[in-house]
Ligand binder design. Structure first.
Ligand SMILES: NC(=O)C1=CN([C@@H]2O[C@H](COP(=O)(O)OP(=O)(O)OC[C@H]3O[C@@H](n4cnc5c(N)ncnc54)[C@H](O)[C@@H]3O)[C@@H](O)[C@H]2O)C=CC1
Ligand SMILES: O=C(O)C1=N[C@H](C(=O)O)C[C@H](O)C1
Length: 286
């Protein structure tokens, strides 16, 4: 009996969608990401790969599943790596089909985040700007370092540098923003933390209560984040870098599997989850 999880990939012809299709089809796995059958490969109707076999597009083998603008009937779970413009229809479709969803797309508007929370009242959703194990672990480490240094004599300046490929559409990265949100919480400052995006001109001295963000776009970098904790006399740099996109693809597949099988073999109930939940780091002493 075939009891693999029937997976639809939204944004299947994109850089990430192709790696999800490849790993889900059992090719090039970096860990145990088998256990899926790709039943749907959805992309925009204008994409040049529409009609071609999704496995061939992903550079693996024929899967007998064409890249299509139509949604498959039989998907049990959806992984979305697309664009904010494509997001609303994807969520609406998953809600109407009562289908669990992994959202990896970044650059969502506040309104889209609200609609995600609303959808999560009906279906289980994992939403995270980075599906990478190393990134999520680094987020926990950044929270710990911030707590340890926030009252240091002379103060600590925290800046977030991110590097991505030249094709990336949003800046700063969703991951950088998430690092900033978690660090701001851990700063536990009396006044609201200011999020400063780049600096230019006569900026004056840096204030104590800010986090700086710097987005670098270079070549084919699949994603790198450096959190600088600068003090007077010394500094710490926390660097986490992907060598290729499979850390994100395998993380998204782990999230899809977790939605279907949970921690004890049963499906997760409706709710909005993140990668800390999937990785068992939700209760970490952050
Ligand atoms: N959470 C995570 O771990 C990661 C998130 N991302 C995010 O995933 C998203 C996709 O990244 P890439 O694959 O590099 O981009 P990409 O541009 O290569 O792929 C996006 C795909 O979505 C498709 N698309 C556009 N409109 C659509 C529609 N209406 N319906 C269906 N598909 C549609 C595009 O044709 C394209 O094939 C970005 O927001 C990126 O920031 C990327 C890597 C890791
Ligand atoms: O667009 C990308 O490539 C990536 N986007 C995500 C983000 O915006 O944080 C995650 C990863 O860094 C790669």
């Amino acid at each position: 009996m075939n009891n693999t999880i029937k997976l639809a990939v939204h944004g299947a012809a994109g850089r990430m969608g192709q790696r999800v299709v490849a790993l889900a089809s059992g090719a090039d796995t970096v860990d145990d990401t088998s256990g899926f059958t790709v039943v749907g490969a959805i992309d925009h109707s204008s994409h040049p790969k529409i009609g071609q076999d999704a496995g061939v597009v992903a550079g693996v083998r024929s899967l007998d599943v064409p890249v299509s603008a139509d949604w498959p009937e039989k998907a049990e779970v959806v992984i979305d790596f697309s664009l904010p413009e494509a997001f609303d229809a994807c969520v609406a479709r998953c809600v109407s089909a009562a289908c669990p969803l992994v959202v990896a797309t970044t650059g969502l508007s506040d309104q889209q985040k609200e609609s995600l929370a609303e959808a999560a009242q009906t279906i289980p959703i994992v939403w995270a700007p980075s599906m990478s194990l190393a990134v999520n672990l680094s987020m926990r480490m950044a929270q710990q370092i911030t707590k340890a240094l926030r009252d240091v004599a002379g103060g600590v300046d925290i800046e977030i540098l991110e590097r991505h490929h030249r094709f990336k559409a949003d800046a700063p990265s969703g991951t950088a923003l998430k690092f900033g949100e978690l660090i701001a919480d851990a700063m536990n400052a009396d006044d609201p933390v200011k999020h400063v995006h780049g600096r230019e001109g006569h900026t004056g001295q840096r204030s104590r209560n800010e986090i700086g963000y710097h987005a670098i776009r270079v070549g084919d970098n699949p994603g790198e984040h450096t959190i600088v904790f600068g003090m007077l006399g010394e500094k710490i740099e926390l660097n986490v870098a992907a060598s290729n996109r499979d850390c994100y693809a395998s993380g998204a597949l782990a999230a899809a599997k977790w939605l279907m099988r949970g921690n004890d073999g049963g499906p997760m109930p409706a709710g909005l989850y993140n990668m800390f939940d999937v990785l068992g780091m939700a209760d970490a002493d952050a």
